[in-house]
Design a protein around this ligand. Structure first.
Ligand code: PLP
Length: 286
């Protein structure tokens, strides 16, 4: 099916949506993005994603004056035009097109390039992977040091995922100075003696919208949380492990670098948090 996408104020068939070869997103990776999950035809965590988008834009000084309500209208229109039930909306804003390749930022007034499109993923909330758990490998974290900004510079994350796939595993965890930072596209957790351990927020990791909600829900469910870095050895000796992201919610991890975590099956904390997160997301979706 040809999707209807959004480009710079217009809705059009994906085959007609084109961006300049000089666009800074294309030439320099000078762009930020968000992915908002859609369940039951409605948006989950919309305000969290829009708040992080505003922060990413501010940190990079990319001008964009689209308001929260305008974003909501665009998201909803794309859901409607494409009959999206389950999946996500990808949103990207680049610093725009100055008509040539240039390291300098474009002059004030240059409009950003704004693209949004739907990605249909039927069965997202009932992914059988969540029943089996996934396997991860570790790789050195060779990304830049502003991982708190959600930029489209995803080459290293892509390489890490390919490396995992080559080894017959599902995903990769990044390790820096002996400690896990995060997953290739998710935040990571271990559980030891009932306590959930996850790295604290800093420029070292993306401030996951799912992370924030899941930690709140865990707290409300009287679970103990410790925000600190952990090592691969600790993860291998943990009772369970899991990751969170907008499109996978809470995903149990059953193997780290070839070593089974806990029983080698999804743990009860991850399973419970996944259930709570999906049901609360459905309740609060807009
Ligand atoms: N960390 C990285 C590097 C990511 O790319 C993502 C999501 O894309 C996350 C964490 C999880 O963030 P969120 O829960 O907002 O999807």
């Amino acid at each position: 099916m040809t999707r209807t996408v959004y480009l710079n104020g217009d809705y059009m068939p994906e085959t007609e949506a084109t961006v300049s070869i000089f666009d800074r997103g294309f030439v320099m990776g000078d762009a930020v993005y968000e992915v908002t999950c859609v369940l039951d035809g409605r948006l989950t965590e919309f305000d969290g994603h829009m708040a992080r988008l505003a922060r990413s834009l501010k940190e990079l000084e990319i001008p964009c004056d689209i308001s929260r309500d305008e974003w909501l209208e665009i998201h909803r229109k794309l859901i409607e035009l494409n009959g999206l039930q389950e999946g996500g909306i990808y949103l990207q804003i680049s610093r725009g097109d100055v008509g040539d390749r240039d390291f300098h930022y474009p002059p004030a007034g240059t409009p950003p390039t704004v693209v949004l499109y739907t990605q249909s993923r039927p069965g997202l909330s009932t992914d059988p992977k969540a029943d089996e758990g996934i396997k991860v490998i570790s790789v050195p974290d060779l990304r830049w040091h502003r991982r708190d900004i959600k930029t489209v510079q995803l080459l290293y994350a892509s390489m890490a995922k390919m490396a995992a796939e080559k080894e017959g595993k599902d995903d990769a965890w990044f390790v820096e100075d002996g400690f896990v930072t995060e997953g290739s596209s998710n935040n990571c957790y271990i559980v030891k003696n009932g306590k959930i351990i996850t790295r604290q927020l800093s420029n070292d990791i993306l401030h996951g919208i799912t992370r924030s909600s899941v930690l709140k829900m865990a707290q409300e469910a009287q679970m103990e949380i410790e925000e600190r870095p952990f090592t691969i050895a600790e993860a291998q000796a943990a009772d369970e492990a899991f990751f969170t992201s907008a499109s996978a919610f809470v995903m149990p991890i059953v193997e780290v670098d070839g070593v089974a975590v806990g029983s080698g099956k999804p743990g009860s904390v991850a399973k419970r948090l996944r259930e709570i997160y999906i049901s609360e997301s459905l309740k609060s979706a807009i």
